[in-house]
Structure formats: structure tokens, C-alpha cells
Ligand binder design. Sequence first.
Ligand SMILES: [Zn+2]
Length: 271
Amino acid sequence: MPELPEVETTVRGLARYLEGERIERVALNRPDMRFPFPDGLVQTLTGARVTGLGRRAKYGLIDTDRGSTMVFHLGMSGRWRIDPTELAKHDHLVIETADHRFALNDARRFGFVDLVDTAGLDEWPAFAMLGPEPLGPELTAAHLHAAFNGSKQAVKLRLLDQHVVAGLGNIYVCEALFRARIDPRKAAGKVSKPALERLVPAIRDVLEQSIGDGGSTLRDYARPDGELGYFASRFAVYGREGKPCARADGGTIKRIAQGGRSTWFCPKCQR
Ligand SMILES: [Zn+2]
């Protein structure tokens, strides 16, 4: 599933070719993805100039000079193909500029597209309830302290709550807790102030490193076979159960279930 770094990498890849360009043609190859394509999508985008691209949580944003923003979510298997030599089976939405073609491909169709008034973006239902961006200045130890205060919920699950931090997924919560040496099972309200001070930069570093790794493979996004990739070599705990801890502390990475999903951690150094 594409997580925040993959969405950020995708947005940067699209921006390189789409920013400032005029959309000349829009084609829908089916009526829906997870949800129906919004009314007026083709009419609004055709002839519009792209004024900027951005990301909020795991949503990509394409701003236009029509006062509308196209919001996209990649769901489980979505990806943008840039300049494909020919269209493929699951290319549901195709946008063309004078020089480039962009196809939104999604075999499982958990992704979706919406059209939102740019001025009202913060009130769009999925955005109205979101906590601060993990890479923005609003994520601080004080914010986490307030959000965790008195909570008996495991810190791992609290961090997955989008009201607490926007767009942080399973992989990156596991990795950030490892970096901050926090036991994922610990009650959020019991995590110490110094641990929260470690957690904020840990969240930023793990995301920024993945975005950086994605950036170095950005060229792949311009190829028809460009795939959204994870940068698995960088993970210290995710998917590594039974392997020795990267801190060489004699600990072995353990996998447990929390809230119906896997958590990986080192019981030796995460307390
Ligand atoms: Zn360890």
C-alpha cells in the first residue's frame, strides 16, 4: 500500500512534468474507481492550467487555475504512469498536456479521485479531522504529549490515529518507534517527555529518508514500467521478525498483532 513517502515521491515526480502546464485532454476509461469520478471532472480539467502540486496526509493534490483541486488517493495499488508508450488495462484516468501523458493506473481500484474547491480544501471531509502533517512544524513533542495525555491505548495504535498525526502508516510507525526506542505496547499516556522528544525527529527522519530514497529513483517514474516501490533495504524492524536488532544489542526482532495489524519491534531496546 502506498504510504506517505510514496505519495510524496509520486507528487514530486508528477510536478516535474505537470506544474505550470495546460491540460489539453482528459479521458476516463470507466465511470469509477473506489467511488464514481466526480461530476464535471473532465470539463473542469480540460483546458485548465496546473498551478501547483502538493500532498496532505496520503492524498495527492493537483491545483488548477479554475479554482478547483483534483485530489487523488492511491488506495492499495494505485500509481501514476508518466509517458507510457501505450495505455494499459487498469489506466482509469488519462491526462495529457502538450508534451506528456499521465495515466492513473489502479488494478484493485481502492484509490479514488475527487474535485474540491481549492479555497475550501481544509474543510473537505477527509481533511477536516486530520492531525498535523508529520513533516510540518505543528508536529511537536508538546502536541504528542497533549494527544497522548491520559491515554491507555498502546502508543503504536495512537500514532496510527489520523487525528493525532496525519498520514502515518504502519511501516513508518514501527520504524519511528524503533528509532526512538519506545515499546509499541506501552500506554500512550505513559510515554515520557524525553521519549516524545526523541519520537518527533524519529518520525521525520524515517519519512525523509524514504522520500530521499524515492527521489533517487524518480527517473523510474518517467518510464512506462515505473513502479511505486518501497525502500525495504532501509527498514530496521518492518518485516524483519527473527532477525537480530540493528543495534547489535543481542535483541531479536519480534512481530506481534496490535489492532489487527502487525507490529515489529526489538524487546531489548524499545522500552
Ligand atoms: Zn534492540
